[in-house]
Design a protein around this ligand. Structure first.
Ligand SMILES: Cc1cc2nc3c(=O)[nH]c(=O)nc-3n(C[C@H](O)[C@H](O)[C@H](O)COP(=O)(O)OP(=O)(O)OC[C@H]3O[C@@H](n4cnc5c(N)ncnc54)[C@H](O)[C@@H]3O)c2cc1C
Length: 475
């Protein structure tokens, strides 16, 4: 019996499997494709995802291969100076191709012992009180205690479960690809600038060696989005919209995507869960899908591991849906708004001008940046201190940095009083006695995902707070 089968070896599946593995859980990733994709979808990580990498000791690898950009300009492309003192140690967007992100996550997963089986497509599943039976395309059957569908927007797992996926179908599609161009760079840049005055979805950016990443609105919505466009399709659309096809040739890859926006009705059905694009899809405006997906995995991993390892308190696994479903609903709404704000129609353009004026108020600008970077996410843990439910930013301690102490994915009590104790939970929660000029509360209890579960200085109160997240005390 495998502990957890993860269907889909994209960023969500691999991140989740690593989180499970950190807790000694045997996670098997099944990926239907024989090789990693060459198609580059996401181009960057927002602050919260960079923090997640830092919390697991992966920051240096990502920084070495990424490029840091200012956070301004990510809300509907409206450029304002970034507010002072954003609540993160990583106030930048890390430009890094999704293919590189996936490679780094996969390397890490493999290093810590995650098993990834390629050319393995899940085609069927059933569950009973004790486990899940997964059926593969070659007829093999595998049995696991849990299964998580991280199999993308067209999720087979979601379909097999019969989980509803309400929302809006694609109204528009875009063609995307990496191609070589014959047109000189300056001339091409001038054409792009002109078209973008009225069509913010259009773009052509140099990648080096004469290769450009090109995105242009498609002529209608293709029945089957998975069938890639041809070079002729792309050139025809470029001519229709930009008046020139840039002399495009020698495509590296071509793809299409749309603006369908949908959210799974539930993230858990018994022993089967959904995460990442399998649970939510939306257009890439604002660059949030991959970030949201990685953060789903970060939320789910330790909870599912606790369930498998037998110490999960009642309701812990269900809190995955309760916490992450509203976050996704909010991202979908933000994306809907961003799409409207990019419209060339007079009314949305007027709303855009108004929003641009409002963003001159620092608090408005800060709110929108916190939203798009996900550092503003606050889970509802009930009434209490303002930190409760939020993730704590990385802070300097006497002995180093907070996030350096979180690489093992355990709970952490940061105790500035030196008077508290986690006796009874020491197998699940680290007790760090240290002080920080950046923390103005006596002590905080952090969950493995870095969210603040308790604030205070009272041992009895701490004792009543620990079981909610870390289960019963052991003697
Ligand atoms: C053009 C474009 C630009 C984007 N830009 C950004 C951006 O800038 N920032 C951002 O955050 N997000 C962006 N996104 C979104 C981002 O690409 C996705 O949100 C992200 O890939 C989701 O990861 P995932 O692992 O959930 O799904 P996927 O990446 O789709 O991975 C799913 C995996 O499951 C496998 N699979 C599918 N079915 C099965 C099966 N039955 N059995 C086994 N394996 C299966 C697939 O082969 C795939 O490897 C963009 C998306 C597009 C289309």
């Amino acid at each position: 019996m495998i502990d957890v089968i993860v269907a889909g070896g994209g960023p969500t599946g691999v991140m989740l499997a690593s989180e499970l593995r950190l807790h000694g859980v045997h996670a098997l990733v099944l990926e239907k494709e024989a090789e990693p994709t060459r198609i580059v979808r996401a181009l960057g990580l927002h602050a919260r995802s960079v923090e997640v990498m830092d919390q697991r000791g992966l920051l240096e690898r990502f920084l070495a291969l990424g490029q840091q950009y200012p956070v301004s300009g990510f809300f509907a492309g409206i450029v304002k100076p970034a507010p002072d003192r954003l609540d993160t140690a990583h106030p930048y967007v890390l430009g890094i191709a999704q293919t590189t992100t996936e490679r780094l996550l996969t390397e890490h997963a493999t290093e810590i012992g995650v098993e990834i089986r390629r050319s393995c497509e899940l085609v069927g599943l059933s569950q009973d009180d004790h486990g899940v039976t997964a059926e593969l395309a070659d007829g093999t059957q595998l049995r696991s205690r849990y299964l998580v569908g991280c199999d993308g927007g067209r999720s087979t797992v979601r379909t097999l479960l019969g989980v509803g996926f309400p929302g809006e179908p694609a109204r528009v599609q875009w063609l995307l690809g990496e191609v070589e161009v014959a047109m000189p760079a300056e001339e091409l840049a001038a054409v792009v600038a002109e078209v973008r005055k009225t069509d913010l979805g259009f773009g052509a950016g140099p990648l080096g060696d004469g290769v450009y990443r090109v995105v242009v609105r498609a002529d209608g919505v293709a029945e089957d989005r998975t069938v890639p466009p041809t070079l002729d399709d792309l050139k025809q659309q470029l001519r229709a919209i930009a008046g020139t096809d840039f002399g495009a040739h020698s495509p590296r890859w071509l793809s299409r995507f749309g603006d369908a926006t949908r959210l799974a009705e539930r993230y858990r059905t018994g022993r089967v869960l959904l995460a990442g694009d399998a649970a939510h899809i939306h257009p890439p405006t604002g660059g949030q899908g991959l970030n949201l997906a990685i953060q789903d995995a970060f939320n789910l991993g330790w909870k599912l591991a606790a369930e498998v390892n037998g110490w999960a308190p009642a309701g812990l696994l269900d809190s995955y849906h309760t916490e992450r479903h509203p976050v996704a609903a909010d991202v979908l709404d933000t994306t809907r708004a961003l799409v409207e704000l990019g419209s060339p129609e007079p009314a949305p353009r007027a709303v855009r001008r108004l929003l641009s004026e409002l963003m001159d108020f620092e608090e408005v600008n800060r709110h929108l940046i916190e939203k798009i970077t996900a550092i503003g996410v606050r889970y509802d843990f009930g009434a209490g201190h303002d930190l409760l439910g939020r993730r704590l930013r990385d802070i300097a301690l006497k002995r180093g940095r907070l996030y350096e102490l979180m690489h093992d994915g355990r709970g952490l009590l940061l105790d500035q009083t030196g008077l508290l104790s986690v006796a009874g939970w020491a197998d699940r929660v680290d007790h760090v006695v240290d002080v920080s000029e950046e923390l103005d509360v006596p002590a905080v209890l952090l969950r493995p995902d870095g969210h603040v579960a308790w604030v205070g200085d009272d041992q009895q109160d701490l004792h009543s707070g620990l079981p909610r997240w870390f289960g019963a005390a052991v003697s």
